[in-house]
Design a protein around this ligand. Structure first.
Ligand code: C5P
Length: 227
């Protein structure tokens, strides 16, 4: 039977965040930010393994007792997100028809329910797909001076989130050749001429990118703990 593997690329340096350690290791409600991400994935019954990809130069991972079921660690991260995912897939030696859910380490407020919705929707899908949100706001295009040069119709526009769920064999083929311009797995799949399915996510599954995002992540996780 096909396995279901969550693959978490966590070899980024978080340069936009500007902290001394990468953002995935910042303390959030008493644990590293990425612990919350990995714990949610491990709590999804359909997921067999949670594989985290860190940099070979990582100095932080071993400082914490992660104590999570299903966890495997691969010190094979590369220069870009796509390289890290491709190296993780190679290290895992998946069967072609295994499902892989690639999830950003910094989306620490993913809910078990959203991951299960993705898995249930795509169980028999020929391509796979991703959590995403329809764009709720009016969208502006800026010129070089930060002025509005156009209003872009938002109809049909979605914001891509993760997990992004594809068959391992397809993903390996899609990521072959890599490229820093591949900012998510779905865009690599699209390059093969395939059409990933959009599955509605939720706003809580945002990516912690700037220091100002931490307060919101803290509040969401604390509210869940209190339930
Ligand atoms: O930089 P960004 O937030 O888009 O990164 C998305 C995810 O990819 C993060 O979890 C980050 O750690 C990971 N990444 C990686 N290897 C890189 C760059 C980013 O695993 N070289």
């Amino acid at each position: 039977m096909a396995r279901m593997i969550a693959l978490v690329p966590a070899a980024g340096t978080g340069s936009r965040f500007g902290a001394p350690s990468p953002k995935q290791y910042l303390q959030l409600n008493g644990k590293p930010l990425m612990w919350h991400t990995l714990a949610t994935l491990a709590a999804v019954p359909a997921i067999d393994e949670v594989a985290v990809v860190i940099s070979p130069q990582d100095e932080w991972f071993d400082d914490f007792a992660w104590a999570l079921p299903k966890l495997s660690v691969h010190r094979v991260g590369g220069a870009s997100r796509a390289d890290s995912v491709a190296a993780g897939l190679a290290a895992l030696a998946c069967a072609d028809d295994d499902w892989v859910l690639v999830h950003d380490a910094a989306r620490c407020c993913l809910s078990v329910a959203a991951a299960e919705r993705l898995i249930a929707t795509l169980a028999d899908h020929p391509v796979g797909g991703l959590l995403a949100l329809p764009v709720p706001d009016t969208v502006k295009r800026a010129d070089g001076d930060g002025r509005v040069s156009a209003t872009v119709p938002r109809n049909g526009l979605w914001l891509a989130q993760t997990p992004q769920m594809f068959r391992a064999g397809t993903l390996v083929r899609a990521l072959d050749g890599g490229g820093a311009d591949i900012t998510d797995e779905a865009s690599a799949i699209e390059r093969l001429g395939l059409k990933p399915q959009l599955v509605e996510g939720d706003a809580q599954n945002f990516k912690v990118t700037y220091p100002r995002d931490l307060a919101l992540a803290r509040a969401i996780l604390a509210a869940r703990d209190a339930q």
